[in-house]
Design a protein around this ligand. Structure first.
Ligand code: PSV
Ligand code: MN
Length: 387
């Protein structure tokens, strides 16, 4: 019997999974095909629904346009809901067309900016049909060489383009602007950091927020500080969770540095990010290149759940007391106690109480689902980047 008492707040934990995690992707050197990989967005939704069925943690699926383009989005919404999941964040994509070689929303040529703006307006039309709340914008825009373009003028053009997109949002819709300090541009990127995303979204208005992708920071960055600051400012809209060793590796969240994930979740809890009606959406942005994709996603949402529970178990009163006394080691010990708590047995029991498998990884392995899709999904073109 476990002595860990699970707070009610854990019940509302929901993690959005990305449609692209189920397709082939993951490296610019070799993308390995795997049996059973979805050929269509419907098949990606089937796999995502399996993750939710076994974990109860992943009720919505983010789409990427054009990778998940279909004729009828209302029908896709019905299809998803029939599987027990919702369609979530719509991710725009202005990083794969030749026309965007020198930028998209920041491009010096009005006609290219127009095209990029129209793409985002189309994404909002899609959101209307799918019932999605969030439009997520990540831009590959930037330059490779000093002097290549006027970096300040690009900020002005970005602000102008974003305000046109923002104006089209419905009352319940939001725009989240993701930052990344490098790649594919290497000298400068147009939205490199949270400060730039904050400045741009602040200028737009209260329906615009910052999206924090954990892989988009320089080594050693104190990400939980950024989380605390953005929550304090009321501008943290969403996370793209993943793990990095070096750069934007898109590996399983919590795999490289579970302690960092714990520290982030401590600030999320502290800042009200888990409360009902919170502004913060928790999403994954990952690729599974070596490991099987569906268990890769199951492991990911379980990792978030485990670190969230440990963060919820932090004895905040004891911590506050130690902090008041400037008892550095006692404060640190309280913090580490929560991190070192093994919550797995308690979580297994918690799942069983809710009719979920105690061990979702084992349940997936025993379910026969992988064999089913390996046998059924033969022929056609497997989904991947650009599909
Ligand atoms: C860019 O690196 C990014 O993090 C954005 O979120 C994109 O939408 C996603 O990766 C594509 O995989
Ligand atoms: Mn991302």
């Amino acid at each position: 019997m476990s002595t860990v008492q699970i707070p009610e707040a854990l019940d509302s934990l929901a993690i959005e999974v990305p449609s692209w995690a189920y397709g082939n992707s993951g490296t610019r050197f070799k993308v390995f095909g795997t049996p059973g990989t979805p050929r269509t967005v419907q098949e990606k939704l089937q796999d995502a629904a399996k993750v939710n069925e076994l974990t109860g943690l992943a009720p919505s699926v983010a789409l990427h346009i054009p990778w998940d383009k279909v004729e009828d989005y209302a029908a896709l919404r019905e299809y998803a809901e029939g599987l027990g999941v919702k369609l979530g964040t719509i991710n725009s994509n202005t990083f794969q067309d030749d026309v965007y070689k020198f930028g998209s929303l920041t491009h010096s040529d009005e006609s290219v900016r127009r095209r990029a703006i129209e793409h985002h307006l189309e994404c909002i039309d899609i959101m209307d049909a799918t019932g999605s709340r969030d439009l997520k914008i990540w831009l590959a825009d930037g330059t490779n060489y000093p002097g290549q373009d006027d970096i300040r003028a690009r900020q002005d053009r970005l602000a102008e383009s974003l305000s046109e997109i923002y104006a089209r949002l419905g009352d319940e819709q939001r725009l989240v602007l993701e930052y990344k300090f490098f790649e594919p541009a290497f000298y400068h990127t147009d939205v490199p950091d949270w400060g730039t995303s904050y400045a741009q979204t602040l200028a737009l208005g209260e329906k615009a927020f910052v999206c924090l992708d954990t892989g988009h920071h320089a080594p050693g960055t104190n990400i939980e500080f950024i989380v605390a600051q953005l929550l304090r400012l009321g501008k943290l809209g969403s996370f793209d969770f993943n793990s990095r060793f070096y750069a934007d590796d898109d590996l399983i969240v919590g795999a490289a540095d579970p302690f960092q994930l714990f520290r982030i979740m401590v600030e999320v809890v502290r800042g009200g990010g888990l409360e009902p009606n919170s502004d913060v959406a928790l999403m994954l942005d990952q690729c599974h290149n070596l490991e099987e994709k569906i268990p890769g996603q199951i492991r990911s949402v379980l990792n978030v759940q485990e670190m969230t529970l440990r963060a919820l178990l932090l004895d905040r009163a004891a911590l506050a007391e130690a902090q008041r006394n400037h008892d550095v080691l006692a404060a640190n010990a309280v913090f580490m106690d929560a991190f070192y708590t093994d919550v797995r047995p308690a979580l297994a029991a918690w799942r069983q109480e809710r009719g979920l498998p105690a061990d979702p990884m084992a349940a997936y392995a025993a379910s026969g689902y992988q064999k089913l899709i390996n046998d059924a999904r033969v022929g056609g073109t497997q989904a991947g980047w650009g599909a």
